[in-house]
Ligand binder design. Structure first.
Ligand code: FAD
Length: 457
C-alpha cells in the first residue's frame, strides 16, 4: 500500500508531523510537491521566494535519492494533480500539514472532496505552530483579542508532548523506492534563475542560521531593535516555508532561557497569535479588525505611494528600509513598523496598499503576520497601536540607528553626512543628491488624527 506525502509549507525531512504519520502508517511513502500555477501565475518572473523553494526542494530531493526514493515535483493545479497522482501511485491515503490561509483551506476542502469520491482519505496535521486554530481560547470559549493574555495562556498550556519532535530518520526505510526523475528547472516554470545563496535556502540553510543565532540569542532583547547590527535571527523565511522546525526552535529557546531567549520566544508567540487570528477571522484578508475603520477616506496620493515604494520620500530611515526591501527582500522588524506607520499616518495611504507591496516583495511574506503587522501599525487591527500613537520618523531614526549605520548602507548618497545630520538632512545645508522631504511630519500628524477621528469608535 502507498501513501502520498504532499509537501507545502513544511519543506524539511526532520521533525515533520505529516511525514512522520505517513512513514509510520505501514504504507510506502511517495513525497510530492506541486508548484501551484494559481499561486505562481501573478508573481514577477524574478521572484526570490520561488527560487528559495526550488533550492529547498533540491535538497529534499537529494536526500530522498540517497534513500533510494525521489521527490515528485509537478507544476499545475493541485486540485487536479493531487487526485491524479494519488491514482497514478495507487495511493490509499494522502498526508499533509495544515495551512490556515483562507484560500488554502478552500483548496484543501475541494481536494478532500475529490479524494473522498475516489475513496482516498486526506489526513492533515498541525505542524507549523505549537498551538493553532482554537487550541487556545479564553474561559468563555472565544479567541483571544489581546496578545499578553494570549501569551500567558500559551505558556501555561505548553508541555513536553507538544514540543516533542516527530522522528523521521528511523522510518526512512518506508519511503517507496522510485527511479530518479528530473526536477523542472526554474526557467521551465517561467522564472528567472536568480542566485539566492545569500538567503541560505533549505534545511541546511535553516540549521546554519539557527546555530549562528544561538550564539547571540542571549543579547536578543538588547539588540533586536537596531537594524544596523546583527541582532535578529533572520529565520522568518525558513519559518514561512518550514525548513526549520518550530518545535526545535521553541525547545532550544526554553533550554537557553534568560531575557534574550524569552524575548525571542515572545516573537514566535506573536506569529501564532496572528495565525489564530486569521483562522478565526478570515475576512481580515481585506477588512479591518476594528470595523469602524474599514472605510476611512484615505486620500491615497499615488505619487506619495510611488515615492514610498521606491525609497524616495526624503526621510532617510524610511527610504533605507524600503531600499533594503527592494534590494534584498528582507526588512528589519523595527523598520517594518516605521515604514508602515509612515505610509499610513504621514502619507495617508490606505494600509492595504502597503500590505500588498510587502506581500509582493518580502521573502518571508506570510499572510497572517503581514496582515497582522500592517493592521497593528495602521491602528485598525487586533491589539493594535492606538490611532493617536504616531511614530516620528526622525526620532525613531535617532533612537534605533543613532550613528546612521543602517541608513549609510542603503542611502549611500547620505554616507558622508555627520551622525547628527543623517536623520533629517534637510535641516543642514550640506549638499547631497537626496530628495527633499515629501511631507511635513507635524502637519501630517494632525491630518492623520483628523482622518482617524472619522472612524466612529
Ligand atoms: C508591517 C509588518 C509586516 C510584517 N510582515 C511579515 C511577514 O509577511 N512575514 C513574517 O514572517 N513576519 C512579518 N512581520 C513580522 C516581523 O517583522 C518579521 O517576522 C521579522 O522581522 C523577521 O525577521 P527575523 O526572522 O529575524 O525575526 P526575529 O526577530 O528573529 O523573530 C523570530 C521570528 O518570530 C516571528 N516574528 C517576529 N516578530 C513578529 C511579529 N511582529 N509578528 C509575527 N511574527 C513575528 C517571525 O516568524 C520571526 O522569524 C511583519 C511586521 C510588520 C510590522
Amino acid at each position: 500500500m502507498t501513501a502520498l506525502l504532499w509537501l507545502r509549507r513544511d519543506l524539511r525531512l526532520f521533525d515533520q508531523a505529516a511525514l512522520h504519520h505517513a512513514l509510520t502508517s505501514g504504507k510506502q511513502v511517495v513525497c510530492v510537491f506541486i508548484f501551484d500555477s494559481t499561486i505562481l501565475a501573478p508573481l514577477p518572473r524574478r521572484d526570490r521566494r520561488v527560487a528559495f523553494i526550488w533550492h529547498s526542494l533540491k535538497q529534499i530531493k537529494q536526500e530522498l535519492n540517497r534513500h533510494g526514493s525521489d521527490l515528485i515535483v509537478r507544476h499545475g493545479d493541485p486540485q487536479q494533480l493531487i487526485p491524479e497522482l494519488a491514482l497514478h501511485y495507487q495511493a490509499s491515503a494522502i498526508y499533509t500539514n495544515h495551512d490556515i490561509e483562507p484560500q488554502a483551506i478552500q483548496r484543501d476542502g475541494k481536494i478532500a472532496q475529490r479524494l473522498a469520491k475516489l475513496g482516498i482519505p486526506l489526513h492533515d496535521f498541525k505542524d507549523q505552530t505549537i498551538f493553532e486554530k482554537d487550541d487556545i481560547l479564553t474561559q468563555s470559549g472565544t479567541m483571544y483579542q489581546v496578545f499578553t493574555p494570549y501569551k500567558r495562556a500559551w505558556l501555561a498550556r505548553l508541555n513536553e508532548p507538544l514540543l516533542a519532535s516527530y522522528p523521521i530518520q528511523p522510518h526512512l526505510n518506508q519511503l517507496k523506492p522510485l527511479p530518479m526523475e528530473a526536477m523542472p528547472e526554474l526557467t521551465g516554470l517561467g522564472f528567472e534563475n536568480i542566485d539566492v545563496a545569500n538567503l541560505q535556502p533549505g534545511m541546511d540553510g535553516g540549521e546554519i542560521l539557527f546555530n549562528d543565532f544561538c550564539q547571540r540569542i542571549e543579547q536578543y532583547h538588547l539588540s533586536r531593535d537596531f537594524p544596523g547590527i546583527k541582532g535578529v535571527s533572520y529565520l522568518s523565511v525558513h519559518l514561512r516555508f518550514g525548513s526549520v522546525s518550530i518545535r526545535e526552535l521553541v525547545r532550544t529557546a526554553l533550554q537557553i532561557g534568560g531575557p534574550g531567549a524569552e524575548c525571542w520566544l515572545s516573537e514566535l508567540i506573536w506569529r501564532e497569535f496572528y495565525q489564530q487570528l486569521l483562522w478565526h477571522r478570515p475576512e481580515l484578508v481585506s477588512h479591518t479588525f476594528k470595523t469602524h475603520y474599514d472605510e476611512l477616506p484615505f486620500p491615497n496620493n499615488r505619487d506619495y505611494f510611488s515615492a514610498w515604494c521606491a525609497g524616495h520620500t526624503g526621510f532617510p530611515i524610511v527610504d533605507a528600509a524600503m531600499r533594503q526591501l527592494n534590494q534584498t527582500g528582507f526588512m528589519h522588524n523595527r523598520l517594518r513598523m516605521i515604514a508602515a506607520s509612515f505610509l499610513v499616518k504621514d502619507l495617508l495611504v490606505d494600509w492595504r496598499w502597503g500590505e500588498q507591496y510587502f506581500a509582493h516583495h518580502l521573502n518571508d511574506f506570510d499572510l497572517a503576520s503581514n496582515n497582522g503587522g500592517w493592521q497593528w501599525a495602521a491602528s485598525t487591527g487586533c491589539d493594535a497601536q492606538p490611532y493617536f500613537r504616531i511614530f516620528n520618523p526622525v526620532t525613531q531614526s535617532q533612537r534605533f540607528d543613532p550613528q546612521g549605520e543602517f541608513i549609510r548602507r542603503y542611502c549611500p548618497e547620505l554616507a558622508h553626512l555627520p551622525d547628527k545630520a543623517i536623520h533629517a538632512p534637510w535641516l543642514c545645508d550640506i549638499h547631497c543628491h537626496y530628495p527633499a522631504p515629501l511631507v511635513d511630519h507635524a502637519q501630517q500628524r494632525q491630518a492623520a488624527l483628523a482622518l482617524f477621528k472619522q472612524g466612529i469608535d
